[in-house]
Design a protein around this ligand. Structure first.
Ligand SMILES: [Zn+2]
Length: 85
Protein backbone atom coordinates (compact mmCIF):
# COMPACT_ATOMS: atom_id res chain seq x y z
CA UNK A 1 0.00 0.00 0.00
CA UNK A 2 1.19 3.40 -0.79
CA UNK A 3 -0.22 6.73 0.07
CA UNK A 4 -0.94 8.80 -2.95
CA UNK A 5 -0.38 12.43 -2.14
CA UNK A 6 -3.10 14.78 -3.07
CA UNK A 7 -2.10 17.00 -5.83
CA UNK A 8 -3.35 20.45 -5.20
CA UNK A 9 -3.40 22.89 -8.02
CA UNK A 10 -1.53 26.02 -7.18
CA UNK A 11 -4.08 28.55 -6.09
CA UNK A 12 -4.28 31.27 -8.65
CA UNK A 13 -6.58 33.56 -6.76
CA UNK A 14 -4.10 36.34 -7.06
CA UNK A 15 -4.29 37.98 -10.42
CA UNK A 16 -1.53 39.77 -12.17
CA UNK A 17 0.05 42.15 -9.73
CA UNK A 18 0.58 44.74 -12.40
CA UNK A 19 -3.07 45.72 -12.16
CA UNK A 20 -2.49 47.21 -8.76
CA UNK A 21 0.22 49.57 -9.87
CA UNK A 22 -0.82 53.15 -9.62
CA UNK A 23 1.30 54.31 -12.51
CA UNK A 24 2.62 57.79 -12.87
CA UNK A 25 0.23 59.97 -10.97
CA UNK A 26 0.41 63.58 -12.02
CA UNK A 27 -0.24 64.72 -8.48
CA UNK A 28 3.17 64.08 -6.98
CA UNK A 29 3.76 67.74 -6.42
CA UNK A 30 1.92 70.98 -6.86
CA UNK A 31 2.38 72.47 -10.33
CA UNK A 32 2.04 75.92 -8.84
CA UNK A 33 4.43 76.02 -5.90
CA UNK A 34 6.13 72.63 -6.16
CA UNK A 35 4.96 71.55 -2.74
CA UNK A 36 4.50 67.86 -2.11
CA UNK A 37 1.74 68.46 0.41
CA UNK A 38 -0.84 67.56 -2.16
CA UNK A 39 -3.96 65.59 -1.47
CA UNK A 40 -5.11 63.61 -4.45
CA UNK A 41 -8.24 61.58 -4.92
CA UNK A 42 -9.88 59.91 -7.85
CA UNK A 43 -13.39 60.83 -8.78
CA UNK A 44 -15.66 60.22 -11.70
CA UNK A 45 -17.45 63.04 -13.42
CA UNK A 46 -21.10 62.79 -14.25
CA UNK A 47 -20.28 62.03 -17.86
CA UNK A 48 -18.24 59.02 -16.74
CA UNK A 49 -14.80 60.54 -17.14
CA UNK A 50 -12.45 59.31 -14.41
CA UNK A 51 -10.38 62.22 -13.16
CA UNK A 52 -7.89 62.80 -10.42
CA UNK A 53 -8.48 65.76 -8.19
CA UNK A 54 -5.49 67.24 -6.45
CA UNK A 55 -5.44 69.98 -3.85
CA UNK A 56 -2.32 71.71 -2.56
CA UNK A 57 -2.14 72.47 1.14
CA UNK A 58 0.40 75.22 0.77
CA UNK A 59 -1.00 77.48 -1.94
CA UNK A 60 -4.50 75.98 -2.16
CA UNK A 61 -4.02 75.37 -5.85
CA UNK A 62 -6.43 72.78 -7.16
CA UNK A 63 -6.47 70.95 -10.40
CA UNK A 64 -8.02 68.01 -12.09
CA UNK A 65 -6.17 65.60 -14.29
CA UNK A 66 -7.35 62.97 -16.71
CA UNK A 67 -4.90 60.36 -18.03
CA UNK A 68 -1.97 62.57 -17.11
CA UNK A 69 -3.38 65.70 -18.66
CA UNK A 70 -4.47 68.58 -16.50
CA UNK A 71 -8.03 69.62 -17.14
CA UNK A 72 -9.18 73.18 -17.09
CA UNK A 73 -11.48 74.06 -14.24
CA UNK A 74 -14.17 75.26 -16.60
CA UNK A 75 -13.91 72.04 -18.57
CA UNK A 76 -14.52 70.02 -15.43
CA UNK A 77 -17.49 72.14 -14.48
CA UNK A 78 -18.88 71.77 -17.96
CA UNK A 79 -18.55 68.00 -17.80
CA UNK A 80 -20.08 67.91 -14.36
CA UNK A 81 -23.11 69.99 -15.15
CA UNK A 82 -23.89 68.79 -18.62
CA UNK A 83 -21.94 66.96 -21.26
CA UNK A 84 -23.22 68.68 -24.34
CA UNK A 85 -26.28 70.59 -25.30
ZN1 LIG B 1 0.86 74.57 -4.25
Amino acid sequence: MSIVPLQRPTPSAFGPASLTQAGNAPSGSCPECGSERVTALVMTLTDGTPVEFASCHDCEHRHWAHQGEVLAFTDVITRTTRSRD
